[in-house]
Ligand binder design. Structure first.
Ligand SMILES: Cc1ncc(COP(=O)(O)O)c(C=O)c1O
Length: 400
């Protein structure tokens, strides 16, 4: 069965169910290639596991530190997919990757501490620092499109005696870059030199195209990674964003205790719901075939979209991502304000995209837009045609 045919995108349901800048939130007729959330329903294997759990009728309290089945499935999956050797006792299921990031920040940062946040990078890193009352400090990491790397040369310049943590998004949202062994070694050596912790977010690590290789920071060895606090989530690879499920993990037992304390799971205030853990466990045990099929579909979408933009819309420059289903597109030739441009597109051609700039990714992303390609070929093609028309109209408008 092909799960990723055009007809499997059910717009009627998405318009009722998909929030966060997506189908249920945009005006009728608008195509939202916005928040990173697939337009396809999740794997039938996940649906089946959830139905079986629901049919049993018990929704009792769960173990405070999460189901063993979840933790066992997680360590097996990260071993097979990424070569990470993680102790199941040091994995904490939690209600979303975003929560895991906040818990890590609140466990290890206090008011006055500084956290290095790459600019650009997903705004959740900044939010995590702020949730701990710490100060996010931007590190500008310009994209070197030709060499498929980001410029890390300013890293030491932003470190002060107050710096306690560095946020690492691997693969990187919004660039779609994976880090080379050399980059990871460099980041780790600087963190060792200044004794910094690393918040390592690998939520995108399943979405790697065939022409790229993902390297986890754990490839540097578990002993060196004792300063690493990691995050995973099930929204991107498995389409389970509404279940709010993810996990935090580490290789240091002492640090794990601090995570548990900050997560408030022992008092039952925090924690992941039983049904979400069941869904995530089924995902890891049974849905990686579905993920691999999704990747084949995404690779076709990626290659089509990048070629289309660079050929048909010469004023724009689309970067071909190595991972993630996000396209980072330079629009600086036609506008200095990406937000004004995306607002224009929504009005003019009924296409919603995410603007670069301070709000979502950081100041350095101004002049860029982000396009989510986790949809059908048909919807993507229509979205890109609208983008082409919108660019022409925007340029015409500028001449008036
Ligand atoms: C890098 C990164 N981390 C975390 C998240 C949040 O994931 P979750 O839905 O599990 O909170 C996202 C979602 O876009 C993301 O891109």
């Amino acid at each position: 069965m092909n799960h990723f045919e055009d007809k499997n995108v059910n717009l009627e349901l998405l318009k009722k169910k998909a929030y966060n800048f997506r189908w249920a939130e945009v005006p009728e007729g608008v195509i939202p290639l916005t928040a990173a959330d697939p337009d396809y329903p999740c794997s039938p294997k996940i649906q089946q596991a959830m139905m079986e759990y629901v049919q049993e009728g018990y929704f009792s309290y769960t173990p405070k530190l999460g189901f063993d089945s979840f933790k066992e499935a997680f360590v097996k999956a990260v071993k097979i997919r990424k070569g990470e050797e993680i102790d199941p006792q040091l994995v904490l299921p939690i209600d979303s990757a975003a929560r895991a990031m906040n818990v890590i920040a609140r466990a290890f940062l206090k008011e006055g501490d500084e956290m290095i946040v790459f600019d650009p990078c997903d705004y959740l890193f900044r939010e995590a620092a702020l949730s701990a009352k710490a100060t996010p400090v931007s590190l500008p990491v310009a994209l070197d499109r030709d060499n498929r790397r980001m410029d890390l040369s300013k890293l030491e310049e932003v470190i002060t005696p107050k710096t306690k943590m560095l946020g690492l998004c691997n693969p990187h949202n919004p660039y779609g870059l994976v880090y080379s062994e050399e980059d990871l070694e460099y980041i780790m050596s600087i963190c060792e030199k200044y004794d910094l912790l690393i918040m390592n977010d690998e939520i995108w690590s399943d979405i790697i195209y065939k022409d790229a290789t993902f390297r986890s920071i754990y490839s540097l060895g578990n002993e060196r990674c004792k300063r690493v606090l990691s995050v995973f989530g099930f929204s991107k690879s498995f389409g389970l964003a509404g279940l709010r499920i993810g996990c935090a993990y580490t290789t240091d037992a002492k640090k794990f205790e601090k995570l548990v304390e900050a997560s408030e799971v022992m008092s039952t205030v925090g924690g992941a719901t039983s049904i979400s853990q069941v869904a995530a466990t089924a995902a890891m045990e049974e849905a990686y075939d579905w993920v691999d099929e999704f990747l084949e579909h995404l690779m076709k979408n990626r290659d089509f979209a990048v070629a289309y933009i660079n050929r048909e819309i010469p004023q724009l420059k689309a970067y071909k991502p190595q991972g993630t289903y996000l396209l980072y597109v330079d629009v600086s030739q036609i506008t200095t304000c990406a937000k004004a441009f995306t607002e224009f597109l929504q009005e003019d051609v009924k296409l919603a995209l995410v603007p670069g700039g301070h709000q979502f990714f950081g100041d350095l992303s101004e002049g860029n837009i982000r396009i989510c390609i986790a949809t059908s070929h048909e919807i993507l093609e229509e979205g890109l045609k609208r983008l082409k028309q919108g660019v022409q109209d925007y340029i015409e408008k500028g001449k008036e």
